[in-house]
Design a protein around this ligand. Sequence first.
Ligand code: ZN
Length: 416
Amino acid sequence: MNKSLLKKYARLIVRVGANVQRGNRVVIYADTEQSELAVEVARDAYRCGAEHVAVEWGNDALTRLHYTHRMTDVMAEVARWEKEKMKDMSERLPCRIYIDSDDPDLLRGISQEKIRAVQSARVKAFKPYRDAMENKHPWTIAAAPSKAWAKKIFPDLTPAKAVDALWNAILKSVHVSPDADPVKEWAALNEGFRAKCEWLNKNNFAAMEYTSSNGTNLLVGLIQGVQWLGGGESTMDGHFFNPNLPTEEIFTSPKAGAASGKLVSTKPLSYNGQLIENFSITFEQGKAVSWEAEKGKAMLDQLLSMDEGARMLGELALVSKQSPINRSGILFYNTLFDENASCHVALGFGFTNLYPGFENMTRQELTERGINDSLIHVDFMIGCDDLTVTGIRGDGSRVKVFENGDWAANVTNGDN
Ligand code: ZN
């Protein structure tokens, strides 16, 4: 990996992703295989005036060893010091930077029941701290190739060539190239997101209708006043940051309990290292009531039975089929990329910060108003070449939002 491109990428992660400011604390999460990038990110964070940078190292091989050798209850254990650490974080509110390079097959062969028990115990233990930090600290996820991940995507290449190919794909998707300034490119991208969000928010649709020839036909209610968001966002005290590098989506949280009809998946869903393929889910009064899958049905059963909220929608996201990630034709086996290739929805929790006045409300109050709550949030893709999305206003009038898998002309022009 070319050193000057790596530095450019680190700069993008620090200045656009987390947007580190003088006096901030920073925590970087990275696998030991990504030490070179992690050090460059730390270096640039200090350059931006960070007063303290910490790195939490992970290691895929060790994670697998722990899962293999620890009993489920030992693996699920959350130590007192771990909670203290999370509590400390929820008070100090550092910028959190995740460098994702996970091997999609890391936990292949480990019992699904074990993985589920461990994950749900840990998510539950940390949820109060996560809720306390939500919308109060800047964070960002960016990716870097591990050998295992790269080989999964490019099985016919040598490990070194596969890593190079994945670096290329990642850098292209985040607009890092030798001759452009990605920080400037992202300012322009964010302006595009802002204009579309403004159009959607102005229309204040009461519902959205999704139809395509593959059988998707869903009517989903929206909560009045709930915002559409895309690109960068701000913490409650106004720290602007870009949570996802890359990003192509504009999204909202629909009204839990107000979806009816059928959604047909258009790309495989990679969940806990397993693929769920060619599946569809039928909703009644907002809840998944029946589902089918050509492959991975047991996994889908498991996902939908995580908890009450796992059967309801927490996100609607609009992504043009012109997205560079879609055009690359690569299946990344990683949500950060694959969700930006296509229109998608998520099962599970919705985003509380989209509700106006959320900062003075409890999670319970927001749930009562329709922002879905769950331990999970899992995206799946429903975008395709002939997807139409129609916005329906409170008075019943209809406005085209997406046509043939892309933004309708009236949206890009800013008309109604
Ligand atoms: Zn999304």
